[in-house]
Design a protein around this ligand. Structure first.
Ligand SMILES: NC(=O)c1ccc[n+]([C@@H]2O[C@H](COP(=O)([O-])OP(=O)(O)OC[C@H]3O[C@@H](n4cnc5c(N)ncnc54)[C@H](OP(=O)(O)O)[C@@H]3O)[C@@H](O)[C@H]2O)c1
Length: 265
């Protein structure tokens, strides 16, 4: 019997690359995002991940049609840039609503069904940025750190069940994510921050432009999901980016801040 998967963020980037790959591999696939998706072998389930009722409705529809849910690939997410001092709070909350509360909503809606599967899989996408603070990306880093903690807690709560949870932290991926996210205009920032903000924002945009392909990340996520045993964390990226998640913990603070300061200037 075909396995049934839900892919969030299927209208763009990693989710858009992942959903048709799963379908081509024989999975029955549903794609959830606010925009509807038209991808070969993928059934569209339009919903806003930050709206708990909408997510629950979409998942109910999937289960009514298929009678089961075996895997969730949670790729939906948004970025956001600005200085903590002046970034509009509503914008920062939107990042948290989508990335953290969206993950929460998805877990609540899907876990009862995943637990019925003999081989339930839940892959939550965080980011290397969730392992550290990055200048002028505070809300995003905080939201992705929260996803890592959510995933770690869930793994412990689900011990003794058939569901395996893992958190995937990619480095830069060449998608539209920078173009579509809120970025506070530099002119709104205090002169203390302005030039460093411009440089950090340019560096971020360039890193993303030259990042991994969404297809590469999608392939890695499929390889992870079909393993018999899932590790708590997978970091996907260039060696330097992968090392950064360890370096951040072992370097003295002054050395780490110097390195990161150079990277974003
Ligand atoms: N790009 C990078 O460099 C990078 C690096 C590390 C981690 N990540 C993470 O990897 C994941 C995929 O990133 P990506 O670059 O592929 O992003 P992307 O191309 O910007 O696509 C984001 C996807 O999330 C969906 N989405 C956003 N807000 C949503 C909402 N409120 N409700 C439902 N769906 C929503 C979007 O669909 P709609 O707009 O149609 O709703 C879209 O399908 C994200 O979690 C991102 O944070 C990205």
């Amino acid at each position: 019997m075909s396995q049934v998967a839900l892919v969030t963020g299927a209208s763009s980037g990693v989710g858009e690359a992942l959903a048709p790959r799963l379908a081509a591999a024989g999975w029955r696939v549903y794609g959830l995002s606010r925009r509807s998706v038209e991808l070969t072998g993928v059934t569209s389930l339009p919903a806003d991940i930050s709206d708990a009722e909408a997510v629950s409705r979409a998942v109910r529809e999937l289960v009514e049609r298929e009678g089961r849910l075996d895997a969730v690939f949670h790729c939906a997410g948004v970025g956001g840039a600005g200085a903590v001092e002046t970034m509009p709070t509503e914008r920062a909350k939107q990042v948290m609503e989508t990335n953290f509360w969206g993950s929460w909503n998805l877990c609540q809606a899907t876990l009862p069904h995943l637990r019925q599967s003999p081989r339930g899989r839940l892959l939550l996408v965080s980011s290397i940025a969730g392992h550290m603070g990055i200048p002028f990306r505070s809300a995003y880093c905080a939201s992705k750190a929260a996803v890592i903690a959510l995933s770690d807690s869930l793994r412990l709560e689900l011990q003794g069940s058939s569901v395996q949870v893992s958190c995937v932290s990619p480095g830069d991926i060449a998608t539209n994510s920078i173009a579509t996210q809120y970025r506070q205009p530099a002119s709104e920032l205090d002169p203390l921050y302005r030039e460093r903000y411009r440089r950090a924002d340019d560096a971020m945009a360039q890193n993303v432009d030259h990042g991994m392909t969404a297809a590469h990340v999608a392939d890695r996520m499929i390889t992870i999901a079909v393993r018999d045993s899932l590790a708590p964390h997978y970091v996907i990226g260039e060696p330097l980016q992968k090392i950064s998640t360890i370096a951040r913990r072992i370097l003295p603070a002054s050395a780490w801040e110097w390195v990161l300061g150079r990277y974003y200037s």
